[in-house]
Design a protein around this ligand. Structure first.
Ligand code: GLN
Length: 489
């Protein structure tokens, strides 16, 4: 059952080939068998999952379900542990929130599990507060890559990626502030989409950098991703940055031919820095898309080399403000045996936050401080506008922008933990889409020495339907996405 697509699972449920309970039990068993090797879950919600599965079976018995009305009814999913889930521990990968049980559901959780009837398998491991590119900053130990257990699965949504790649869940939610949906998807051979900023509600999603954070999906194919995103997306009055605009029928537009599609290849994305193996895979994928009728031209995104430094001013600045709420007073870890209020703040935050989170808070506080604000924060906002303008110009002549997702395949655990800048450079190809607010998708396009390579497609605002369509058409003629790592078949 773990090799079937979500569409096939939904058809199987409706035809009573298997029940939602049997399907849920299958995935819970796989989690139990395999997750010790991967550490992809922080919490497994087995009991709740079976209750939800029974409720789904009752609805299925009444004839509910199917792509048009209830595509995810009875489908098991995993949630990144950044989404508040009522009655369930929501740690955001941090010891700061180790004892936090969310009193309400994030809109994403409500839509998927309460309204649509998807079954919650558990909450996925992640970099602490989504800060990282390898899932090694988690307060719950690192996640391993199912393709090679000595390597990272990417991050920050490494748990979401690892559990889906190993067939422990059909799909998982993830979030992307600078690449955290796409880079882990790339490093584990999956399809991940970060929609347009504002497309999916951020209500109940623990905030990292609010002007960049966006929820997305990591799945085994573009089709599966479309099925999940279709339910997650849409206006939410509880999120002031949510966009009040109808959601297109993404599932329905997957089958459109891509004849005449105009693809732009930014020369900055194919400069030095991209490893030779992945480059060859991406070039072969471009040739495949041409065979499907696409045309290709070189474009330039001249400010893209500035995206990493810009992001590392904007994101920490917003993070330092968002994380001020964890003070040991209102909620979060509270240090024991303190004498003064100052000591309470210092010790609670010092004990609760890991090194990377503390580094970001210090960077962010610095760039926002009096005397440095204009030099750093204001300047970064100006460069951000230029990066946005690059894309605006590009989409006047092309439909999608294509490039690599990551510079190379998955690296070894520990290889970059002592070098924050090397870690930050992981996201050199993904960050620009967050700064501009546009949708972007990563899909598998080959293997280098047994490790998956990701290809990135970026689209114009609200054009996620086209990204899913192009990826689906490519996946109809290739099978990179259909492979399962040997140890998890
Ligand atoms: N790796 C980037 C960071 O550490 C992006 C993380 C993310 O998208 N959440 O900030």
């Amino acid at each position: 059952m773990h090799t079937l697509s979500i569409r096939q699972l939904s058809e199987g449920l409706r035809a009573r080939k298997f029940s939602a309970r049997e399907l849920t039990q299958h995935f819970l068993k796989r989690i139990e068998q395999h997750d010790k090797k991967l550490n992809s879950f922080i919490t497994v919600t087995a009991e709740r999952a079976l209750t939800q599965a029974d409720a789904a079976d009752a609805r299925l018995a009444k004839g509910e379900g199917g792509p048009l009305t209830a595509p995810l009814l009875g489908i098991p999913l995993a949630q990144k542990d950044i989404f508040c889930t009522r009655g369930v521990k929501t740690s955001c990968g941090s010891k700061m929130l180790d004892t936090f049980v969310a009193p309400y559901d994030a809109t994403v959780v409500r839509r998927l599990h309460r309204d649509a009837g998807a079954v919650l398998l558990g909450k996925c491991n992640m970099d602490e507060f989504a800060m990282g590119s390898s899932s090694e900053t988690s307060g719950y130990g690192p996640v391993k890559n199912p393709w090679d257990l000595t390597r990272v699965p990417g991050g920050s949504s490494g748990g979401s990626a690892a559990c889906v790649a190993a067939g422990l869940a059909p799909a998982a939610t993830a979030t992307d502030t600078g690449g955290s949906v796409r880079q882990p998807a790339a490093l584990t051979g999956l399809t991940g989409i970060k929609p347009t900023y504002g497309r999916v509600s951020r209500y109940g999603m623990v905030a990292f950098a609010s002007s960049l954070d966006q929820a997305g999906v990591i799945a085994r194919s573009a089709e599966d991703a479309a099925w999940v995103l279709q339910v997650m997306a849409g206006f939410d009055p509880l999120d002031s940055t949510s966009v009040d605009r109808p959601v297109d029928n993404w599932i329905g537009s997957l089958d459109r031919p891509i004849e005449g599609l105009k693809i732009g290849l930014p020369k900055e994305y194919f400069a030095e820095g991209l490893a030779a193996g992945p480059r060859r895979c991406i070039e072969a994928a471009v040739a495949e898309l041409k065979k499907l009728g696409a045309t290709v031209r070189e474009i330039s995104l001249p400010h893209s080399p500035l995206s990493v430094p810009t992001y590392y001013v904007v994101a920490p600045a917003e993070a330092s403000s968002n994380l001020a709420r964890y003070d040991g007073v209102r909620y979060g870890h509270r240090a024991a045996d303190v004498q003064t209020l100052e000591e309470l703040y210092k010790r609670s935050r010092g004990e609760g936050f890991g090194a990377e989170v503390q580094r970001r808070i210090m960077m962010g506080t610095y760039v926002l401080s009096h005397g440095y604000y204009d030099a750093y924060y204001l300047k970064a906002q100006k460069v951000r506008k230029l990066i946005y303008e690059d894309f605006r110009r590009a989409f006047e002549t092309v439909d999608v922008v294509l490039g690599p997702t990551a510079t190379d395949v998955a690296f070894k655990l520990g290889a970059k933990t002592d070098d924050p800048v090397a870690m930050y450079l992981n996201d050199i190809y993904t960050i620009a889409a967050n700064l501009a607010g546009i949708p972007a998708l990563s899909l598998p396009c080959g293997f280098v020495e047994g490790l998956p390579v990701g290809l990135q497609l970026m689209g114009n605002f609200f054009d996620e339907g086209r990204l899913l369509n192009v990826a689906h058409q490519y996946q109809r003629v290739t099978d990179w996405h259909a492979r399962l790592p040997g140890a998890f078949t």
